[in-house]
Design a protein around this ligand. Sequence first.
Ligand code: KIV
Length: 271
Amino acid sequence: MSVHVQNSRMTTAKLRQMKANGEKIAMLTSYDFTLASLVDEAGIDILLVGDSASNVVCGNNYTLPITVEEMIFLTKGVVRAAQHALVVCDMPFGSYQVSEEEAVRNAIKILKESGCDAVKLEGGEEILPAIRHMIQAGIPVMGHLGLTPQSVNQFGGYGLRAKEEAEAEKLLHDAKLLDEAGCFSIVLEKIPAALAERVTKAVSCPVIGIGAGNKCDGQVLVLHDMLGLNQGFKPKFLRHFAQLAGTVKDAVNDYIDAVKDSSFPSDEESY
Ligand code: KIV
């Protein structure tokens, strides 16, 4: 086990430098102060307050229900924890699709009220005007292409994206547009590894993959998934770096037993 000690705050400029140097970027989701503190102390480069909070924190089946206010509430805790990492907050479904003005207003609200460093949006050419306006307003934007869970009802599921030539070409085109517009990074989710490699080589900004092979400039996973806390979810791309569900349940079982048999609290644990 190693702790990747960093002595200064991560910036979008440093991320670009990491791509140029061939240094991989490690990103994880976080939704609360306590876990985000541990992840930050371990040396993560980017903390993403993903709208996967809708599933992980709120227990919804989709990312769609989570609101701007809920994302801001969660992001505040992560921002307080982050001593090193760049903190990115997902813009939730409905907060940037209606108009460019509304998109910029919501992005500004998220930045001002949560204190995060940047926002992430799902989509390509269709949301380019909103992205351009945000970047013109000085807001760092991370793109997200491939499987974009906010569009699950359009896709009809969470399967692999861009298998066919036409969708692969559109994705490559979209990635170039996002890069030219000034996105500081792009997430590629659940697409063939060869396509992710093409995109990574074609754009100047760092590309972060999830289910997109190992030729991207970095990787992201949902924290609760990689810690093995989310027992029902094991897609091919997911590696469990720990099995914490069992650890948590064992600890809670031991606690229940100790309460029931009156061995907790002991004299030493009493005043
Ligand atoms: O919401 C999220 O957790 C994400 C990651 C999967 C990239 O967008």
